[in-house]
Design a protein around this ligand. Sequence first.
Ligand code: PLP
Length: 391
Amino acid sequence: MTQKPRGRQFFANPGPTNIPDSVLRALDRPSIDFQDPEFVAVYDEAFAGVKRVLRTAQSLFMYNASGHGAWEASLTNLFSPGEKILVLETGFFSDDWAAMGRGFGLEVEVLAADRRRGVDIAALRAVLAADTGHAIAGVCVVHNETATGLMIPLPEVRAAIDACAHPALFLVDTISSLGSLEFRMDDWGVDCVVGGSQKGLMLPTGMSFTGVSEKGMQAHRVAGLKRYYFDWTLMEKRAQKSFIGTLPVNMFYGLRESVRLLEEEGLDNVVSRHHRLAEATRRAVKVWSGNNGPQLFCVSPDRYSDSVTAILMPEGYDAEAVRRCCRWKFNVSLGGGLGALGGKVFRIGHLGDLNEPMLLGALAAVEMALRIEGIPHGRGGVDAAMDYLAE
Ligand code: PLP
């Protein structure tokens, strides 16, 4: 198709996500000196707001970097060369975090899992119990695997660590769960949480952060990996306490507004809205899976992600055909399959600034694309989603 589709784009990507108009308006302002008292007040408010969203009273450090920067900060600030971390396999993003650990000279053990189900918590408990010498210094978990639409129940991971009285640090990537799924850093005993701006926080990409527990800060004091821009000790000495270099001032105006929006709705209501929209998506996919059609990639209902749904194509059909049709005929942007799932999976992001008609528009485009592209499927997925939402 040569002509650009008209109308507003329905953005159903799992990150970046839709940016609310009021956040766009907040970002749109002239530069200000980052030491100006007017800005310092905005910074302080935004900073305190992120801590409330993380549900932590402990330390927070922020970076001019996408999520990869916060990943790097988490590993380099907490560990020493040759130390061992255990990464729970979830998919593309656990692979990447593990690869980064190897890149920094850590010994990385991966707790293997069926990627459509996620790790077996009993297997985690067995690995930790067998580690009587406490060689494992950290357990790294991607809370919500954005590539597969799978959520790992963090309280169960915490309970497994506690059941073995294992001293390992508990590291959690919340990049596609924060501001969408329930997350409680302090209550769940998370020692280091990695978050980013471009998903549940509804901001542009480019800012990320780590929340760190007291135990994490103690580990940091003796951690020997090399670091500079991401160094928490260095950050603590700076005026802004949590940031090195020029502050992205506009981003903080946007962040203050996005936290305001989340709190105006109420964090618990944000979580239930995400659950409602995710469940409507799953109802649609379950109908489409009729006639040997596309199906949910995740096959563990208690681990369905409420922020992204990955949909596995029937054998011999290309997921990219669905994405292309949605994008060029209907101006709907979907996520593609990542890594080995390229062409096999497409993803519907249902996180951030989203309501029922926005989701239904995306689902309707997908159902039309399945028809147009001659992909076998059960008809009536959008009806099933509407029935659920109207209940
Ligand atoms: N972790 C998860 C779960 C992600 O979804 C992503 C990106 O989508 C990342 C890490 C990497 O973050 P970034 O792309 O912002 O560097």
